[in-house]
Design a protein around this ligand. Structure first.
Ligand code: TRP
Length: 449
């Protein structure tokens, strides 16, 4: 029996779902913070170059592989390279990376849910900085509360994914993403009119090349990579539901532009409030959960802004986790012929169990460091973001640049692609520039860890 494989109902639906995957916690807290640390505008320039020279070509390659393979990440490599080919390992690594990522992403995303409720109940309004810090500490030290929110988040992710491509992922992306843009724009305007706006713009955009180190250069490439959800089979899987007429170049440009726009807007929404309240811009993960509520606790309409802000974070996280789950669900549905509902339920339970040691990394097991000085949570994060994703991306670049026949990949340009320079440019970037850039990031990770 052959059943018709699902497809996106519309191109815009696909673009919103793929941008939903790329726009996540990485854009809203990580980008502004890493940019600031590495010299603001100088870093932003390098980051934009990395998006252009590495991000777009690899995203196009992933879309292409998925559309040609027409299957999940593992099945795609099996179909294109042969069942016994070592390239299938790339598919397996992608599915594994997406699954591990989901297990700990759900833990942090659970905090966003908790903060939506906290702000809606007014727990964050008119309380002192110390009280807000201890609220965060209380959450981290309570495994029960964290497990409750982790479960809620995984349930929401699972419910959406179980409904399928058009009725689940695409429909909800079409709801989440416009709300997210509106919320962010509102917070951006709020930031623009606050007293720290000029300082924030200077911090984020003034190119201070003296504080951009070679490490910062590599961090720009690494972040470009993470923020676009590359290297874990997400874009391969999403590409497999794409119709043959779609122009992959224009799709990749749209997705990366939206992702970059959100990162820049988020920076301009967060830093003005941080500066006008005299807080530390380099506070890292704590920035979102500790400093932002402090700012909102005193601002006019701060209660409402805080609800909006954490809703924004929760939506961004949800549309990213959907994509991680879909990579693994697609594998069970395509390769093992499982029903979507059964695959989703089992994988959500699996992600929940694997996520438990990550929950405990903040309380019961905070002194348990299975690898080096890293807690289980930090280890998962390091393993996936520093090793599995760059390696996955490198493999995609090498495979599509060196092992696929030109005559095959030429379709990228020949079919419905607007300009004649696109294919030669893509081929050059994917063969030489992208592998070199990703390899240098990877070597740097090896040397610093
Ligand atoms: N891009 C997301 C962010 O910026 C994270 C993410 C979602 C991701 N899916 C991914 C990263 C797959 C790598 C691979 O937060």
């Amino acid at each position: 029996m052959t059943t018709q494989r699902s497809q996106w109902a519309s191109r815009i639906g696909f673009v919103l779902a793929a941008s939903g995957s790329s726009i996540g916690l990485g854009n809203i807290w990580k980008f502004p913070y890493v940019a600031g640390k590495n010299g603001g505008g100088a870093f932003v320039l390098v980051y934009l170059l990395a998006i252009l020279l590495v991000g777009i070509p690899i995203m196009m390659a992933e879309f292409y592989l998925g559309r040609e393979g027409g299957k999940d990440a593992i099945g795609t490599f099996a179909r294109l390279a042969g069942k016994r080919s070592p390239w299938c390992l790339v598919g397996w690594a992608g599915v594994a990376a997406a699954f591990i990522l989901l297990s700990f992403y759900a833990v942090v995303a659970g905090w966003c849910f908790d903060y939506v409720l906290k702000s809606a109940c007014g727990a964050l309004t008119l309380v002192s900085a110390g009280e807000i810090a201890s609220l965060f500490g209380e959450l981290l030290s309570s495994p029960g509360q964290m497990i409750f929110w982790q479960t809620a988040f995984l349930l929401a992710t699972g419910l959406i994914v179980s409904r399928g491509i058009q009725n689940g992922i695409e429909r909800w992306s079409k709801i989440f993403m416009p709300i997210l843009f509106l919320l962010l724009f509102y917070l951006f305007l709020h930031g623009l009119f606050s007293s720290g706006a000029a300082q924030a713009a200077h911090f984020l955009f003034f190119p201070d090349f003296t504080s951009l180190t070679s490490m910062g250069l590599l961090e720009a490439v690494g972040h470009a990579f993470f923020t676009l959800s590359l290297g874990a089979g997400v874009m391969i899987t999403y590409g497999s539901y794409l119709d043959r007429q779609a122009d992959l170049f224009s799709m990749a440009v749209k997705v990366t532009s939206l992702d970059t726009l959100v990162a820049l807007l988020a920076g301009m929404a967060i830093f003005p409030v941080v500066f006008s309240a005299g807080l530390d811009p380099a506070a890292g993960p704590g920035l979102v959960f500790q400093t932002i509520p402090i700012v909102f606790s005193t601002a006019p309409m701060g209660g409402l802004l805080a609800i909006l802000f954490f809703l924004l974070l929760a939506f961004a996280a949800l549309s990213s986790s959907i994509s991680m789950l879909e990579v693994t669900v697609a594998w069970l549905v395509d390769e093992k012929r499982w029903s979507r509902v059964k695959a989703t339920s089992l994988l959500c339970c699996g992600a929940f169990i694997l996520g438990l040691p990550s929950v405990f990394s903040f309380n019961l097991l905070q002194h348990w460091t299975p690898v080096g000085s890293l807690t289980f949570f930090d280890f998962c994060d390091r393993l996936v973001t520093s090793y599995m994703l760059p390696l996955g991306g490198l493999a995609v670049a090498l495979y599509s640049g060196w092992f696929l026949k030109r005559s095959a990949t030429q379709q990228l340009a020949n079919l419905h692609c607007s300009a004649s320079w696109v294919y030669p440019a893509w081929h050059f970037l994917i063969r030489y520039i992208a592998p070199m850039a990703v390899a240098s990031v990877f070597i740097q990770q090896l040397m610093t860890s």
